[in-house]
Design a protein. Structure first.
Length: 247
């Protein structure tokens, strides 16, 4: 298995909107998968992108059981993935995009393993993440989704507010004004703060200014063209965007 070759294939699939067949990568474990992810992100940075955040996956206990894993997975966010709140997002180059509501944290200080995670948080906000697996039909092995930067494709962050109690807050995901999914922040490892602590453990340290997406609060839903998407988290407000070409 050639790490650089797989990173190039995943990068090309994203750039060209052309899916790869899952299950044939030859990846054996998470160690190899994260090496591919690192090489993939290095290609994006070499094109002028810059790192803006850190994202977590499999923060639902049910999802971990479904995939037969006992730990979270993580990926990176870049400035090219940013979607302005209330703006337009051109998803025409994506393969099969989906969207999910999340809680976002903004670090005001370095987040370190073992330290009080909220002490490093400057603000929290409602967020939307667009995911788009580069594997055909969203079918992949665990190492393959890690290598694919956990399917990250875009993210929008709503208004930032002072950190407060985030436990068991209601979450709504709407498409074109119709309810698509309803859930709770408790779906994120029982409490989003646990995801924040996990991010510190997995990353080693995260610097001030980093945006952390804590994981999906509901199931993801398909994101058709020309769709207005809104996520609302009780006490935090809403975040929205519209899909369409020429964004």
């Amino acid at each position: 298995m050639n790490i650089k070759a797989l990173a190039e294939a995943l990068d090309s699939a994203a750039c060209e909107g052309r899916p790869l067949a899952g299950g044939g990568s030859g990846l054996k474990d998470a160690g190899e998968a994260y090496a591919v992810q690192e090489a993939l992100i290095a290609r994006r940075l070499a094109r002028g992108e810059r790192l803006t955040g850190f994202k977590l996956g499999f923060t639902s206990v049910a999802k971990m059981r479904q995939m037969g894993v006992s730990d979270l997975i993580h990926g990176r966010l870049t400035d090219r993935m940013e979607i302005p709140d209330g703006g337009r997002f051109d998803a025409s180059g994506l393969i099969h995009p989906r969207v999910e509501p999340e809680v976002a944290f903004l670090l005001g200080d370095t987040l370190r393993p073992g330290a009080d995670p909220m002490a490093a948080v400057a603000a929290v906000a409602p967020a939307l993440e667009v995911i788009d697996s580069r594997y055909d039909g969203f079918r992949f092995s665990l190492p393959e989704v890690i290598a694919d930067n956990t399917s990250a494709a875009g993210y929008a962050v709503g208004p930032w507010s002072a950190p407060g109690d985030l436990g068991n807050r209601g979450v709504l995901l709407e498409l074109d004004g119709r309810l698509a999914e309803a859930g709770s922040t408790a779906a994120i490892l029982g409490h989003p703060l646990r995801a924040l602590a996990a991010a510190a453990r997995l990353a080693g340290a995260l610097e001030p200014g980093t945006v952390i997406l804590a994981g999906a609060a509901t199931a993801s839903v398909p994101l058709p063209p020309g769709t207005h998407v809104r996520a609302t988290i009780a006490g935090l407000g809403s975040v929205r965007f519209t899909t369409g070409e020429g964004a």
